[in-house]
Ligand binder design. Structure first.
Ligand code: CA
Length: 219
């Protein structure tokens, strides 16, 4: 679990986020204004920053510029849904971007993805007789390589990174196919069916009625 700094001047939103971080086992600190960020980062080991763009005094972009050298993962939070802002955020090194209003489950999923991306030494995932090697992009079942398409592998990675979290078909499309993919959500069903069959994960990948899927593992 991680120590997360929440930088958000709207207290109701800040409270909602931190309450949920605590529920899933993270610790957190809060900053309501840009300058507080620097004080907190000096005294606390921080694994991830959730950073609102619209802040008084210093906006999120200015904060990002000043902390870039620390190389702490940043997820930008903003009400602005402009492409220019998104691009600026990524240019400044944001790891991800979430637009208000957001679903808290989506935020938690994105946090998981960013944190796991940064995990050092995590090059494989093992569950039952299945081993997933991220770097080699290879999956072994009973030590025997199984052929997955690129998209099946991406989907598998998303499921593993968000294990035990229910993900909607739309969310899976977005995370595994990319923001701008305008595909049918039935595409997800087809790929899930393939993954279940190839990995023998009929029981592990649960169908969540009227929503989507969840990979269930003990961890
Ligand atoms: Ca704000």
């Amino acid at each position: 679990m991680a120590n997360i700094l929440v930088v958000e001047d709207e207290r109701a939103i800040s409270d909602l986020i931190t309450m949920n971080l605590k529920l899933v086992g993270h610790t957190y600190s809060k900053a309501y204004r840009g300058p507080e960020v620097f004080e907190i980062l000096e005294r606390e080991k921080t694994d991830l920053i959730l950073l609102d763009v619209m802040l008084p005094e210093l906006d999120g972009f200015e904060v990002m510029q000043r902390i870039a050298h620390l190389q702490i993962p940043v997820i930008l939070i903003t009400a602005k849904n402009s492409l220019a802002d998104r691009i600026k955020g990524f240019e400044l090194g944001a790891d991800d971007y979430i637009i208000k209003p957001f679903e808290i489950l989506e935020l938690l999923a994105r946090i998981n993805v960013v944190l796991r991306r940064g995990e050092k030494g995590t090059s494989s995932f093992i569950c039952d007789n299945v081993e997933v090697r991220y770097l080699e992009r290879q999956v072994l079942v009973d030590q025997t390589p199984v052929d997955l398409t690129v998209r099946e592998f991406e989907l598998l990675e998303v499921l593993i990174r968000n294990r035990n979290i229910a993900l909607s078909r739309e969310k899976l499309l977005e995370l595994a196919w990319g923001y701008d993919f305008e595909g049918d959500t039935r595409t997800v069903d087809v790929h899930i069916r393939q993954l279940r069959k190839k990995l023998g994960w009929e029981e592990r990948i649960k169908t969540i009625f009227k929503l989507g899927y969840r990979l269930e593992v003990q961890s």
